[in-house]
Design a binder for this molecule. Structure first.
Ligand SMILES: *Cc1c(COP(=O)(O)O)cnc(C)c1O
Length: 243
């Protein structure tokens, strides 16, 4: 459905890289302090290969099943790729998620912390873990409420023995993102967490100003997705998401 060509995806990646570098300069940060996660959900290998060829190495997917169908072949062909899970995780998918992903951005409740901890021990794998914060307290969105974040991070560490590397957030679609990035950075700082997964196509430069170490950029690289609303929510006329 997209008119975007292979060359234009490589060009789009180049533009995103330039914007990241400029935002880093403005924030007096090293360009290497920000990891670009190219969010390839809904796109097939034909769209992903040119982006790999253009030098991109870290990719994000929001569904375990989709990633399982798509990535083993790509990873076999390109062993140096990193794959991040950025969408909500269910306990019964923890086994596949731990086997498939190098980072999981969406640890958000005790049952998930427990299931991931168990699989990490069983598989002897250590994906990078982020706790997702629902900064806008949106009922339809995954994530820990800001007021519950400190206790949840503590229980991940003490009850489940997990090393939490950072926090992730998806600001409400219709709000200015800056206060949400600032809140996430503040919760991370007081919990001694160094990594911040925040910023998407519309707001990654703002996120970098607030300390993002991982930006998750889909549309600005791959073009529009069919049948998707904001932030990985399925577009549905009666879902009441306003998107
Ligand atoms: C789809 C998705 C993104 C990428 O969004 P774009 O606006 O296309 O850049 C980032 N984060 C999450 C959690 C997503 O589901």
């Amino acid at each position: 459905m997209s008119t975007i060509t292979e060359q234009s995806r490589a060009d789009a990646l180049g533009r995103v890289r330039e914007e990241i570098a400029a935002a880093c300069t403005q924030a007096r940060r090293a360009a290497a302090s920000v990891t670009l996660i190219a969010v390839s959900k809904t796109f097939g290998a034909d769209a992903i290969e040119p982006v790999i060829a253009a030098g991109q190495r870290v990719f994000g997917e929001n569904r375990v099943q989709e990633a399982k169908a798509k990535w083993p072949a790509l990873r076999a062909a390109h062993p140096d790729l990193g794959l991040h899970l950025i969408g909500p995780l269910q306990s019964n998918k923890a086994k596949d998620a731990v086997a498939l992903f190098d980072a999981i951005h969406t640890i958000d409740r005790p049952s998930i912390a427990e299931a991931v901890a168990k699989e990490m021990a069983r598989q002897d794998r250590r994906p990078l873990l982020f706790v997702e914060i629902n900064t806008g307290a949106e009922p339809q969105k995954a994530g820990v409420l800001p007021q519950d974040a400190d206790a949840f991070i503590r229980s991940c560490r003490e009850t489940h023995g997990l090393t939490i590397a950072g926090l992730m957030c998806i600001p409400p679609f219709e709000e200015a993102p800056a206060p949400h990035f600032a809140l996430t950075a503040k919760i991370a700082a007081r919990n001694g967490l160094k990594l911040l997964s925040m910023g998407m196509s519309a707001d990654f430069t703002t996120a970098i100003a607030f300390g993002a170490t991982h930006v998750r950029v889909g549309t600005a690289i791959f073009g529009g997705r069919a049948g998707y609303g904001p932030a990985g929510q399925k577009k549905s006329p009666d879902a009441g998401l306003g998107g």
